[in-house]
Ligand binder design. Structure first.
Ligand SMILES: C[S@@+](CC[C@H](N)C(=O)[O-])C[C@H]1O[C@@H](n2cnc3c(N)ncnc32)[C@H](O)[C@@H]1O
Length: 267
C-alpha cells in the first residue's frame, strides 16, 4: 500500500502489528480482556502514526518531482531518461550535482559508481562545453549498461565508464576493497569533483571510506567531494574517518532523501 512507502512508518506499523498479534494470542490462549483492549489501542496508534507521517511522505515526493522537472528543463535531454531513486541517485542529489558542475565547471569529474548520475554530469559538461567525467564501475554488467546509456544519449565522448572490479587496497595497514586503481587512468589531469555513490554498502563496513585516501593524491588543490547516502550510519562514519585524516575547509550536510555531504578540501 502506498501509505506504507515511508520506511519509518512501515517499521512502526510492523512493530505495532506484531504487538497486536501477540496480544490477540494472549486473549485466545490466556483469555485476558485487558490485553485485548491494549491490542485495540495498539492498532489505533499504528493508524495514527500512518496518518501523521503522510504530509512528510508527500512533501518529499513533491520535492523529488520538482527537482527532476528543473533538471530536465536545464539539461534538455535528447532521449528519454532512465529512472532515478532506488539504486540510482535521487533527483534532489542529481540536481545539486548538476548545479555544482554548472557553477564550478570542473575539468575532470570522477565518480565512484556509474549510472544516471554519470549521464546527468555528462549532459552538464556538454552544456558548459568542456570537461570530462570518468565513472568507476565494479560490476561488468552495470558498466556495460552505463556505457550503452551514454552512447544512446550521444555522450560517450564526454563520459568514460571504467570497469574496475573491487580489489584489495591497504590503508594505514588495514585491508579494504576498492575499485582496482591499476585500471584507473586519469592521466595528469587533477580531479576537481569527486562523487562517491559506490561501491554498494554490502561490500564491507564503511564501504565508501577508501575513496578519499586512495584518490587523495589525484585531487586538485580546490576539490569538492560529494558523498551520497549519508542518512546511513556507515556513510556518516566514513565522513568522520575522513575528517580525522584530512583537512576539510568545509563540510555541509544536505537533508536530502538519502542524505548527502559536500566536502571541500584545500591541499
Ligand atoms: C548506489 S548505485 C550507484 C548509482 C549511480 N550513482 C546512479 O545514480 O545511477 C552503486 C552501484 O550499485 C550497482 N547497481 C546499480 N543499479 C543496481 C541495481 N538495480 N541492482 C543492484 N545493483 C545495482 C552498480 O554497480 C552501481 O555502481
Amino acid at each position: 500500500m502506498a501509505i506504507f512507502k515511508d520506511k519509518k512508518t512501515l517499521k512502526y506499523t510492523i512493530r505495532i502489528s506484531l504487538f497486536l498479534i501477540a496480544v490477540i494470542c494472549e486473549k485466545v490462549f490466556v483469555g485476558s480482556y485487558f490485553l485485548a483492549c491494549l491490542a485495540i489501542l495498539g492498532f489505533n496508534i499504528a493508524i495514527f502514526i500512518n496518518i501523521k507521517n503522510q504530509p512528510v511522505y508527500f512533501e518529499n515526493h513533491f520535492k523529488q518531482i520538482e527537482s527532476l522537472l528543473s533538471l530536465f528543463f536545464t539539461i534538455k535531454p535528447d532521449y528519454p531518461m532512465p529512472t532515478t531513486r532506488g539504486f540510482a541517485a535521487s533527483p534532489d542529489l542529481l540536481k545539486k550535482i548538476s548545479e555544482v558542475v554548472l557553477n564550478r565547471k570542473p575539468g575532470l569529474v570522477v565518480e565512484a559508481s556509474s549510472g544516471v548520475s554519470t549521464l546527468m554530469i555528462a549532459y552538464c559538461l556538454r552544456r558548459i562545453g568542456s570537461g570530462k567525467v570518468i565513472a568507476l564501475e565494479h560490476d561488468g554488467k552495470y558498466a556495460e549498461i552505463s556505457r550503452e546509456l551514454l552512447k544512446t544519449h550521444g555522450l560517450d565522448d564526454i563520459a568514460t565508464v571504467i570497469h574496475a572490479p573491487l580489489s584489495n587496497v591497504k590503508i594505514d595497514g588495514k585491508d579494504w576493497l576498492w575499485y582496482d586503481t591499476a585500471l584507473i587512468d586519469t592521466g595528469d589531469i587533477p580531479i576537481d569533483l569527486l562523487i562517491v555513490d559506490g561501491p554498494p554498502n554490502n561490500v564491507q563496513e564503511y564501504a565508501r571510506f577508501p575513496a578519499l585516501p586512495v584518490l587523495y593524491d589525484r585531487l586538485s588543490n580546490d576539490c569538492l567531494i560529494i558523498l551520497d547516502d549519508v542518512k546511513r550510519k556507515d556513510e556518516q562514519q566514513a565522513v568522520e574517518m575522513w575528517k580525522n585524516k584530512f583537512r576539510f575547509t568545509s563540510l555541509e550536510y544536505l537533508n536530502f532523501e538519502k542524505g548527502a555531504a559536500i566536502i571541500h578540501i584545500e591541499k
